[in-house]
Write a new protein. Structure first.
Length: 720
């Protein structure tokens, strides 16, 4: 590298030395001028040296790319080339009717579009492989390949499998027989499309972010820009931009349906039409996991109901409900198959109704099914709903048996079955509730365009594999047991200040089960939602208090939010301004409800280790006047520097005295009462008042402790 840069350095050094020579017609420059010119020329030399270095690096990268391209497996080794037209395969095309010809054209369009689509997928797959190899040798360390190419390799794999199962047999059959293309053969590829097409979900979810990321990196990263230019110059790109090519899979699944409908419109054979229609129907969305439900309930019958009946048949005695325990003892396990059924039921119901309207053959199938005697004159949609309430029904049936049982042992066993059935029902309800919460969070995340609590660009440069996003759909941290998901408790616009003298900033505040999120409305034209303005505040680390004066009178207009860290020290304070007292009370009530809800989820009651939680049991103004706001403290304002020094000195003396107090001393919760051994230990050795509410030198809170020298057994904590 250094050898390649030497011509630039040598040339500019030669030019600089010439410029330093004094001219014969001009007065000699002084030393300062010569030094200035020398510095300037050195900077120019360094600039061109850097440019030369980048050119060498880019050339090396392009050479590497060309080498990797030469070693890449060609498309023909994966999928053989296809004919120019279907007429090159079919021999007796003159005997085909116009409708058959149109059908062959529609089938051939499926073949050609799939072939071109797989070419695009392979090209993107190859580019992602090149990119990864370049990263291994030191290029593009600040770029996340997964955000550029998403899951193109997975898309390429599943579509090659689809080709080999559906398109390739279709072509080979016609090549051998020289007969028209048979669309029925395509069924091999479409019969499980609901499974292999799942890889399109993460692609579509991440596409918008990928598109923005690629455009941004093209502007910021010169090497990446060169990579994109090289990629777009390849013949396989067909003169398309990389961003446009990366969008190709977006509408592919929808395209399959349109192509099949074109084939169907020109089909005359009833069997063929039925199969093509079924290719457009996702059987998993109609019948969900009915096969699994059937299997587990047959096993339940054989373990519980059948032995119950056989025992009574043999003994001719009354049915013994105790025998049912064999089926109910592990109901929490075999009932798990009801979870995906209940989660997908609403979508299935809507899908069946829609397909009945749109698909004639499916409508005939439904009519035939409903005409069967086994359906008992019920509609298919109603029958498909049957498993919805079955688990709840078990509990009700068992309770009816329990209410008429007299034997204590029998009642105990029946109650055990009821408890296990209720536990299975609670598990189902828990999953359904979590799914609803995830969907709710997904809608909120659509409105959040970015995370501005930190410098996102700098963060992504330092940690390219990480993303500066807040995943609201992730389970709540700090909670034991199975994953639990948050919900929105309250939201609204508030004006927020971070100090008394700071400017009010309009923010949209969202209160979740476990956090408070402060967002700003996006000002960019390309963004339509919110941007996270401050780090999320965990509800367990938050203290809240209404505005008040020195006499503990609650003032209208807002409340304080104090964020405490793991050391029970304040890390940030926010002044939340509302429009009126009613809104203030509403927010404080919602925060209190949220705090109690989170404690309930944690499984705690009042046995907290930290005295900090004492303030989180409820609104502080409902717990009596704070002990800290007593007559022993004078609260005043001063703008002079001397007063500030006096205040600081007095405050330091107070902290020094507080530091000498034993950790076993009790906190004086009420000055009118005597000390009690049940009281909590001191909350802080340092006064919360020491946290500055403003950084202005013109306004300072003075906290002068009166009688501190005579009272050493009491520690005072100032809360606003």
């Amino acid at each position: 590298m250094q050898v390649a840069n030497q011509p630039f350095i040598h040339r500019h050094n030669y030019r600089d030395s010439a410029m330093d020579e004094p001219s014969c017609s001009l007065a000699a420059d002084d030393g300062g001028t010569r030094r200035a010119r020398s510095v300037t020329s050195s900077r120019i030399s360094l600039f061109f040296a850097k440019v030369g270095f980048l050119l060498v690096i880019e050339k090396e990268m392009l050479n590497k790319l060309n080498e990797m391209k030469e070693r890449t497996e060609p498309m023909s080794s994966i999928i053989p080339e296809i004919e120019t037209h279907w007429t090159d395969i079919v021999s007796d095309r003159g005997s085909l009717t116009r409708r058959h010809v149109d059908q062959q054209e529609a089938i051939w369009e499926i073949v050609t579009t799939e072939y071109r689509y797989i070419q695009v997928l392979k090209n993107m797959h190859d580019l992602s492989c090149y990119f990864i190899e370049l990263q291994k040798i030191g290029y593009f360390k600040d770029i996340a390949v997964a955000r550029v190419f998403l899951n193109y390799t997975e898309l390429f794999t599943v579509n090659v499998i689809f080709w080999r199962r559906a398109i390739q047999p279709l072509l080979e059959c016609s090549r051998q027989s020289r007969k028209p293309l048979d669309p029925v053969i395509l069924m091999n590829g479409f019969e499980d499309i609901s499974e292999w097409s799942k890889c399109y979900i993460p692609f579509n979810l991440g596409h918008d972010d990928s598109h923005t990321y690629v455009q941004k990196k093209q502007k910021d990263n010169e090497m990446f820009r060169e990579f994109v230019h090289w990629a777009e110059s390849q013949e396989s790109m067909r003169r398309q931009k990389l961003c446009d090519t990366l969008t190709s899979p977006m509408q592919r699944l929808t395209r399959y349906s349109l192509l099949l409908k074109a084939v169907l419109s020109n089909s005359t054979d009833d069997r063929e039409r039925l199969i093509i229609q079924s290719e457009d129907i996702a059987v998993a969305r109609v019948f969900l996991n009915y096969t699994e439900l059937f299997t587990v309930n047959v096993i339940f019958w054989r373990r519980a109901i059948q032995p119950l009946l056989e025992c009574s048949r043999q003994s001719r005695k009354p049915l013994d409900p105790v025998i049912l325990l064999n089926g109910f003892e592990d109901i929490s396990e075999w009932s798990k198959c009801y979870i995906p059924f209940n989660l997908g039921h609403d979508d299935s119901h809507t899908y069946v109704q829609k397909k009945q309207k749109d698909n004639e053959m499916f409508r005939e199938f439904v009519h035939w099914a409903e005409s069967q005697e086994s359906m008992r004159r019920q509609k298919l949609c109603d029958t498909l709903t049957s498993p919805m309430q079955r688990l709840t029904r078990y509990s009700l049936l068992l309770k009816a048996v329990l209410s008429n049982s007299t034997d204590d042992r029998e009642r105990l066993i029946i109650q055990t079955m009821i408890d296990r059935t209720d536990a299975a029902t609670q598990q189902l309800n828990f999953e359904l509730n979590n799914n609803d919460l995830r969907l709710q969070m997904a809608e909120i995340m659509k409105s959040i365009d970015g995370y501005d609590a930190v410098d996102s660009e700098e963060f992504e440069k330092l940690f390219p594999s990480r993303r500066t996003t807040l995943d609201l759909m992730a389970p709540m941290p700090l909670l034991p047991g199975p994953p639990q998901f948050r919900r929105v408790i309250h939201r609204g616009n508030l004006k927020v200040r971070e100090s008394r003298q700071g400017a009010k900033v309009e923010m949209h505040c969202l209160l979740f089960t476990d956090m408070l999120l402060l967002c700003k409305t996006s000002t960019k034209r390309t963004d339509k939602g919110l941007r996270v303005a401050r780090p999320p505040i965990h509800i367990a680390h938050m203290i809240y208090h209404p505005f008040n004066d020195a006499n503990l009178h609650v003032l209208p207009g807002g409340f304080f939010i104090i964020c405490m860290n793991e050391f029970d020290a304040p890390s940030s304070i926010y002044l939340m301004h509302t429009t009126d007292e009613k809104e203030t009370r509403r927010w404080l009530e919602m925060i209190n409800i949220t705090s109690n809800e989170f404690k309930r989820l944690q499984g705690r009651q009042n046995d907290f280790d930290s005295p900090l939680y004492d303030l989180r049991k409820g609104p502080p103004w409902q717990q009596g006047p704070p002990h800290c706001l007593s007559t022993g403290i004078i609260h005043r304002k001063s703008s002079s520097m001397d007063s500030q020094v006096v205040a600081a000195h007095a405050h330091m003396n107070h902290m020094h005295r507080a530091a000498t107090v034993s950790s076993t001393e009790q906190l004086d919760r009420n000055l009118d009462r005597n000390d009690s051994p049940s009281r909590l230990p001191p909350m802080h050795k340092l006064s919360i008042a020491s946290y500055p509410l403003c950084g202005s030198k013109s306004s300072v809170d003075l906290h002068l402790t009166l009688g501190a020298e005579t009272t050493s057994s009491k520690s005072r904590v100032l809360l606003f």
